[in-house]
Write a protein that binds this ligand. Sequence first.
Ligand SMILES: [Zn+2]
Length: 247
Amino acid sequence: MKRFLKYFRRKWASYSFRKVVNVNLNEPVITFTFDDAPISAFVEGGNILAKYGVGGTFYISLSLMNDVDPTTRFTPQHIKTALARHNEIGCHTFGHTELYTVSFGKGMVDIIKNQETLETIAPGITLDNFSYPFGSQTRPIKKFVSSRFRSARGIEEGINLDQTDLYNLKTVKLYEQRYSLDFIYAKIDEAVACNGWLIFYTHDVQEHPSEWGCSPAYFEAVVKKCAEMNIKILTVNEALNQIERGL
Ligand SMILES: [Zn+2]
């Protein structure tokens, strides 16, 4: 599908269906999220978060589990370890499907399959929050997602503040090749100035990262900065609890 068509569908989805919540916090909140997720996100990213006594949200696609490349894909043990360390497991789609390219029915089945498969790995754990693979947000999928999840994260850049669409949460990418640490620190300052909810997202956390990831040093620098500034670091679910309670 042509790029402008994808853009149009995403924009149409974001304007034609919304569930707005008022993000009006007494202090800024920062959330670290990982998409897919590569083993390095669980290990390197997870270790760094644990070192600072905090957790993140891993939006996983379970078709990627036990994939042929053992250095990139997570295993059930990574999920269990992440949960034991007070992280949150969130939902991508099972097949990491770009939802623009399949029918609504197929997209829906793929999302349900991811939720149901997780239940067999970690019984009792629910996937409460969603992120659209490739940001592929369509109106019917967005509506469906709103009936099954508390929130959904998109890929549009920004800080969540005031009238916020719960099913198109804004984010700032931790893509090291594209964004300098100074750029990221400026975003943190912006969130602090407005008491906003800043959601970071990345993929791999490893030396020589992909263009969609970052190195452990870069990731730790961001977490350390938040810790030094005494900013509250919460998972998506915890942040939503905070917003609901108006804290
Ligand atoms: Zn993804």
